[in-house]
Design a protein around this ligand. Structure first.
Ligand code: BJW
Ligand code: ZN
Length: 249
């Protein structure tokens, strides 16, 4: 075990209240593209940051809905990686560990983590864009959502307005209960492990900062440098699916 991993394992061994905070890099090795990586295939010509807005949905609902159909399909084909399973192992080892994710996939749940706090919503919880009535998640039965294809969103069963993805777009408030739970957990932990996030998107990026400010140790798992480097006591520069299992073994 190399030195930083040993240091991190010691911090984890001593910790009594742990928060694990994850971003897109957590699912990268499952084949789910990160948000700021170039998208694969035909969607490459679209900027993810430009599609994940209420304005984009209003301007071209079928373009945005089609993109989310394709992403949901990608996630359905993906499997949790050893990093997701290591997070579930931390939760099993340190009871009360709170898992906070920015990811809209369900790979933590499928790896055995119960009740992740989804700060940015879910690909599997569409709702009405006008009245917020929950709508069923379409299955992939009617043929594979084609790469780059526009798909008109279904109509709300209650008011007939277009159904939208149940995710948090730029300029929208995070779900109040999720944000409160995250801030509360970050304020009362003694160790926060941040995994695979660029730390660029707020208010989520505040969560590790809150923990550090209140005296918790921070371990960061990321192959690249991020704005969270300065607050991390240990920076583990590697991919989540390799580094996290080494930490819990
Ligand atoms: C690996 C790896 C491997 C690779 N292993 N690691 C303060 C300052 C400036 C701006 C703002 C501010 N506060 C708010 C804003 C505006 C905005 C914002 O933050 N903009 C910034 C870009 C500057 N924030 C908002 O608009 C938020 N809302 C808001 O503030 O509302 C105010 C309000 C209050 C009350 C009423 C109304 C309004 C909402 C933000 C919502 C973000 N939504 C998205 C889309 C979700 C749906 C979808 O998926 O389509 O969430 S954006 C996108 O970014 C997504 C992600 O969850 C989020 C974070 O990205 P993440 O996870 O960090 O991924 P990447 O791709 O950035 O990074 C991947 C990392 O993994 C990299 O570091 C790699 O190195 C690493 N990696 N492989 C480990 N194998
Ligand atoms: Zn409605």
């Amino acid at each position: 075990m190399d030195q930083p991993v040993r240091e991190a394992a010691e911090l984890l061994g001593r910790a009594r209240r742990v928060v694990v905070f994850t971003g897109a890099g957590m699912s990268a090795e499952s084949g789910v593209p990160t948000f700021r990586d170039a998208l694969t295939g035909l969607w490459q010509r679209y900027d993810a940051q430009a599609l994940a807005t209420p304005e984009a949905f209003r301007a071209d609902p079928a373009l945005v809905w089609g993109w989310y159909e394709w992403r949901r399909h990608t996630v359905r084909l993906a499997r949790p990686n050893p990093g997701h399973r290591a997070v579930a192992a931390i939760q099993a080892r340190v009871p009360g560990t709170v898992l906070i994710t920015q990811n809209v996939d369900d790979l933590h749940e499928r790896a055995g983590s119960s009740d992740p706090v989804h700060l940015h919503g879910s690909l599997f919880a569409p709702r009405c864009s006008a009245c917020a009535h929950p709508a069923p998640t379409p299955d992939d039965a009617e043929g594979e959502p084609a790469d780059g294809r526009r798909v008109p969103p279904p109509d709300c069963a209650r008011c007939a307005a277009p159904v939208r993805p149940g995710v948090v777009w730029f300029g929208e408030a995070l779900p109040g209960a999720a944000l409160e739970a995250a801030v509360e957990a970050a304020s009362s932990c003694d160790l926060l492990v941040t995994v695979g996030t660029s730390g660029l998107v707020y208010p989520a990026a505040e969560i590790p900062q809150v923990a550090a400010r209140l005296g918790a140790a921070v371990i960061q798992v990321n192959p690249e440098q991020t704005p969270l480097d300065p607050i991390a006591e240990v920076n583990l520069r590697g991919p989540a699916a390799t580094v996290l299992p080494a930490l819990v073994d």
